[in-house]
Design a protein around this ligand. Structure first.
Ligand code: NAP
Length: 481
């Protein structure tokens, strides 16, 4: 293989890499080189998909030789050490101007580190968040690349050939430099956690307060999917709820153990947001809800604790509509919090992230794809410097419309003793944001009492301290320095 013939290469031939390579090969104009540490796997992928016309490389050097310049390679291997190992191998055989793309699920700070390490060689390093799982990789994912504008000039058109298409536009955009793409992918996953938890809470209310059966709730979700909640997650929820377990004849949802797992991106989102001081409370509650579910011993030990009373629903249709509105309002909060994290992350790391474009590329190919994202794009188009998404006219109207139902739903859940941490925390966040005054004034007073942490006043400038252990007069804090 001495003639460079491929315009793109993929390293890593497990499910994601092979599907992405097949997707690339199926698009007009792409010739794809593939490489895998265990070469047999790459050969097997090429044999299983002769239509793809893969160029199988037997070594990293052969892989580099098969790529036309600037060489462009997408790494799809296990995140962490394996990604570093492959980057190091490629750096050895690539040249200045070539492009290495990490399409795995990297933590954005690792991507920043890797980009810095590779930069001196003159090779471009791009961290690309790729959403949509195996199916998306094969048929069209949402792609969030971060890297230099120069590398995007080569890479962008190639990625546009394989990305999902939403309303005629490919779901890919140049997110920003270095770790911006993986950062935005992380926030996407965090929002996904919140969205799933909110849907699960809505299900729980319909099942255990309104007394609907699983297939009846599937019908409700199908109905919701025809309105403003239209989304992939609502659609698949209906499918899961309709599924009957072959072994027992029961709804599958009733035989699945109620302990939710996670692969860590929700935790990353919350940890990052904590560091940035962004209250992503809906996402955090979703992560905690999975953690609580996975504590069987604690749950068993708590089973006999007293709970709420029996709540009867007089008007089932009205209750279902209340739950729908509560879900919609809470979902708006979750997205608003997610975009808040993007805004703060962009400030912290110096990225110029176009929020409206991010909402656009999430409309297809990814797990949180939804009709609703168009409203977010519109909100940022009207005001690119929107302080908080929740206060944009469309969303303000939506939560205004929903808020009575939202409050009623949470009151009912509390009375019934049904946990709705994401619904409840979303409403608390909403009430916190819109409050004229918060009890933070008291907290600041307490801080000043025990730690002389000082406070500011509402009526004049300056920083102050009360001499709590003295005569309790107030002094200007500047005087103490
Ligand atoms: P994976 O199971 O995460 O990784 C397997 C691949 O990594 C194989 O090609 C393996 O090569 C290679 N590998 C492992 N250690 C290596 C090393 N030290 N040096 C070189 N190669 C090494 O594969 P995956 O599920 O397809 O995922 C690939 C990436 O996409 C991951 O970062 C994952 O987080 C991300 N991702 C996955 C999904 C999903 O739904 N699965 C969705 C989005 C993103 P060998 O065959 O030689 O062992």
């Amino acid at each position: 293989m001495s003639q460079p013939q491929a315009n793109i290469g993929v390293v890593g031939m497990a499910v994601m890499g092979s599907n992405l390579a097949r997707n690339l090969a199926s698009r007009e104009g792409n010739t794809v080189a593939i490489y895998n540490r265990s070469v047999d796997k790459a050969r097997a992928v090429a044999d299983a998909h002769p239509e793809a016309g893969f160029l199988v490389a037997e070594s990293v050097q052969e892989f580099a030789d098969s790529l036309a310049r600037p060489r462009t390679a997408i790494i799809m291997v296990k995140a962490g050490g394996p990604t570093d190992a492959v980057i190091n191998q490629l750096v050895e055989v690539f040249e200045p101007g070539d492009i290495i793309v990490d399409g795995g699920n990297a933590l954005f700070t690792d991507t920043i580190r890797r980009e810095q390490a590779v930069r001196d060689t003159g090779i471009h390093f791009v961290g690309a968040g790729i959403s949509g799982g195996e199916e998306g990789a094969l048929n069209g994912p949402s792609i969030m690349p971060g890297g230099t504008a120069e590398s995007y000039a080569t890479l962008g058109p190639i990625l546009a050939t394989i990305a999902a298409v939403a309303e005629g536009e490919p779901c890919v955009t140049h997110v920003g430099t270095d770790g911006a793409g993986h950062f935005v992918k992380m926030i996407h996953n965090g929002i996904e956690y919140a969205d799933m938890q909110l849907i699960a809470e809505a299900y729980d209310l319909l099942r255990n307060v309104a007394g609907l059966s699983a297939p009846e709730i599937a019908d409700v979700f199908d109905e919701w999917n025809r309105g403003e909640l239209e989304s992939y997650l609502i659609e698949i929820t209906a499918e899961v709820l309709r599924q009957v377990d072959a072994a027992t004849g029961q709804p599958l949802v009733d035989v699945i153990l109620d302990q939710a797992g996670s692969k860590g991106t929700g935790v990353w989102t919350v940890q990052t947001a904590l560091g940035l001081g962004v209250p992503v409370s809906g996402i955090a509650e979703a992560v905690f809800a999975r953690a609580l579910s996975s504590k069987p011993a604690q749950r068993a030990a708590s089973r006999n604790l007293p709970g709420g009373g029996t709540v009867t629903v007089d008007n089932r249709d009205a209750f279902i509509e209340d739950v729908r509105q509560a879900l919609y309002a809470s979902k708006i909060v979750a997205y608003s919090q997610g975009f808040d994290a993007i805004i703060e992350g962009a400030k912290e790391y110096g990225w110029d992230i176009k929020k409206g474009d991010i909402a656009k590329i999430w409309r297809g190919g990814c797990i949180i794809r939804a009709q609703f994202l168009n409203r977010i794009t519109e909100a940022y188009a009207q005001d690119p410097n929107l302080v908080v998404l929740l206060a944009a006219p469309y969303f303000r109207d939506a939560v205004t419309q929903a808020q009575d139902a939202w409050r009623r739903t949470i009151i009912t859940a509390v009375q019934a003793g049904l946990p709705t941490p994401a619904f409840s925390s979303s409403l608390a966040y909403y009430d916190g944001l819109r409050a004229e005054r918060l009890p933070a004034s008291l907290v600041q007073g307490q801080r000043d009492f025990f730690g002389a942490h000082t406070y500011k006043r509402t009526d004049r400038d300056g920083t102050f301290h009360t001499l709590w252990s003295g005569d309790r007069s107030e002094i200007s804090a500047e005087d103490t320095h």
